[in-house]
Design a binder for this molecule. Sequence first.
Ligand SMILES: Nc1ncnc2c1ncn2[C@@H]1O[C@H](COP(=O)(O)OP(=O)(O)O)[C@@H](O)[C@H]1O
Ligand SMILES: [Mg+2]
Length: 422
Amino acid sequence: MAPTRTSPSIRASKMTDSKFHRNVQPPTGYNHKRVRQGLHAGVNYKSHYEGVHEGPEPFHYPLPLPVVEGMRPVDPRGPSLKLSDLECIKPLGMGAHGRVLLVRTRGPAASAGAKLFALKAVRKKGFRQWDTADFTRRNCERAVLVNMGWNPFVTGILQAFHDDRNVYLMLEYSPCGTLDQIMGAPLSPARTLFYFANIVCGLEHLEKSGVVNRDIKPANILVGADGYLCLCDFGPALDIPATDEPIVVGNWLGDGTAAYQAPEGVTLDNQPADVRYGPALDWWSAGVILYEMATGALPFEPPRREKNVAPRGSVAVKQIWDRIMAGPPSWPGGVRVGRNLKALVKGLLTVNANTRLGARGAAEVRQHPWLRTCDWNKMRRKRYIPTHLGTPTPELSFAQKPLDPKQFPGLRITGNCLKKCV
Ligand SMILES: Nc1ncnc2c1ncn2[C@@H]1O[C@H](COP(=O)(O)OP(=O)(O)O)[C@@H](O)[C@H]1O
Ligand SMILES: [Mg+2]
């Protein structure tokens, strides 16, 4: 008798076709036709049945099939990581309370290929100081990021860890640096519009989530591998107060960066008695960034020539404040920006926080004539081809300033972070 023809996968398990199919006992409710189609397409569902009924392996539910009673799909995110599953390969940035490190998964966690994350290490000592001064600030960045839904224009948090010295926030990694590195010269109108629209999408999400970032500036805006921008650094972020809630003004003053900070973040002078703290703070900063992208200069900072002799710190804040009070910023000669862009910047840089463009919602900004060419649904879904693709920074390089492993007791640090680059 001629031997039975078997398919290659069944031949490997030394079983004839008919024996194989008899051996598979699909639970009731399965679409047998689709299972067979799946088998012909090379998908081995048998292992799934085994996984469910006998073996300890997790059951990976084949998506096109209907949900069968008694079976639950596994969480596609996989098991959570531990701090020991990560190793630092490069420092990414330095902040006021800690450092941001580039980490990759190691050991069994990297068996299917290492993954990269940005790990923000914040010293616990900083939290303790805030705790005593103002308990609303306790581990604020983690709380804000966790409570906010994921959005492509805001850096997402994946996990948090801690050791004796630091709290670590594991964040999505954006590999092309920050907007700060692009600034310096005027950007093309198309690029300015594209980046500003990205910022609007991010701020719109913050507004929907009831969060004010309070430190929007180019150094806190990352450039993703896809050329789109992404807001980061929610250290000084606060929840938008409900309209009937009394405002603790002290919580809202002082944080942020002088050149980008809204006037009501510095003092309540020149504000109406019923000033509201909210998204208007971030819209001011967005206005400063828009001006900077269009002209290459800051609207309220003394020009570079004067800056070299200008004092720093509180005196610099005073200088900026005087310029803000002197009226809307002047536009440098030689830079051609249209009437609409000037009107948009003027609206965003309105001193009165209650009448500032954006104070009544992001839609106000989106509907501005300068942004009329932007299809917001397309932008939110990242359907536009970016005007410029960033260059990813090399993942492995020697550190400018070597890391001290004692500062990160729970984290493994690879050798190249301990050596200084030459
Ligand atoms: N998710 C990230 N991906 C890549 N680089 C990042 C990321 N988060 C932060 N950085 C880098 O680290 C710097 C400092 O991070 P930031 O969150 O602003 O810290 P700080 O609160 O101390 O200012 C940023 O300017 C950026 O260069
Ligand atoms: Mg920062």
